[in-house]
Design a binder for this molecule. Structure first.
Ligand SMILES: Nc1ncnc2c1ncn2[C@@H]1O[C@H](COP(=O)(O)OP(=O)(O)OP(=O)(O)O)[C@@H](O)[C@H]1O
Length: 233
């Protein structure tokens, strides 16, 4: 099994808050890794560290190749306030290759159309991003991630809030891209999605509780222990 990313003793967090503590883990190449854990356990922070947008305060983050990394996060509100059509937003996924001021090539536009088609949003191409439903917006942001043609695709809760059909569509698309040689990492609260991943990282309070085959890591006892109800005082 090839490693796409390896973390060795990584700690990271925000200005006044240490979040991840001493994480040693790996992301295998060409498969899907699910990152699970309760609210606030550090899943998004871990994706940020892997994406390179959050700097580790200790330890090493090693990437197998210097390939492209795409990071799809639902938190970005910036795109909503810009007067962007869905096609424009997906086309932004090509800027990293093309540069901000260069015209997109015919091939760039082909990738944009293919990415929208794969997410089933071709018919929304002319709609303003800010006026989409939550699920449509989410699919547009994932299409933007696909349009980057990255080697490593990081997704923060890509299927949260989506209907069953859209969830299935995204699961199928992610399975397809891994077969095409992309490594996918997704943070999720859906333990069904996590169980069908190739690799699992289970976080609790910024520490790694378990790593490996999801069916081996996610036992009933582990689920009870990690997602125990907080005491109400
Ligand atoms: N920008 C920020 N500044 C300061 N603290 C932050 C910031 N973002 C997250 N945190 C804190 O870091 C911790 C981990 O948050 P993170 O978003 O990584 O968790 P998560 O597992 O993705 O949570 P959720 O399942 O709720 O999305 C939390 O305690 C959170 O309050």
């Amino acid at each position: 099994m090839q490693r796409q990313v390896g973390l060795e003793g990584v700690s990271a967090g925000y200005a006044n808050r240490a979040v991840l503590e001493q994480l040693t883990l790996h992301i295998p190449a060409f498969t899907t890794t699910a990152v699970v854990g309760p609210n606030g356990s550090g899943k998004s922070t871990l994706l940020g560290v892997i994406a390179g947008v959050i700097r580790a305060t200790a330890g090493e983050v090693e990437h197998r190749t210097a390939g492209r990394v795409a990071f799809v996060t639902q938190r970005s509100k910036a795109v909503d306030v810009l007067p962007l059509t869905v096609r424009d937003a997906v086309a932004m996924g090509r800027w990293g290759r093309r540069g901000l001021w260069r015209r997109l090539s015919r091939r760039d536009w082909e990738v944009v159309e293919t990415s929208m088609g794969r997410l089933g949003i071709a018919s929304l191409a002319h709609r303003q991003l800010g006026e989409l439903s939550g699920g449509q917006r989410q699919r547009a942001l994932i299409a933007q991630g696909l349009a980057q043609e990255a080697d490593l695709l990081l997704l923060d809760e890509p299927t949260t809030g989506l209907d069953a059909t859209a969830q299935r569509l995204i699961a199928d698309v992610l399975a397809e891209v891994t077969e095409e040689g992309v490594t996918v990492v997704q943070a999720t609260h859906d333990l069904g999605v996590a169980r069908s991943a190739g690799h699992l990282l289970l976080l609790q309070e910024g520490r790694l509780w378990g790593e490996g085959d999801p069916r081996e890591v996610l036992t009933d006892d582990v689920i009870d222990a990690v997602w125990r109800l907080p005491r109400r005082v």
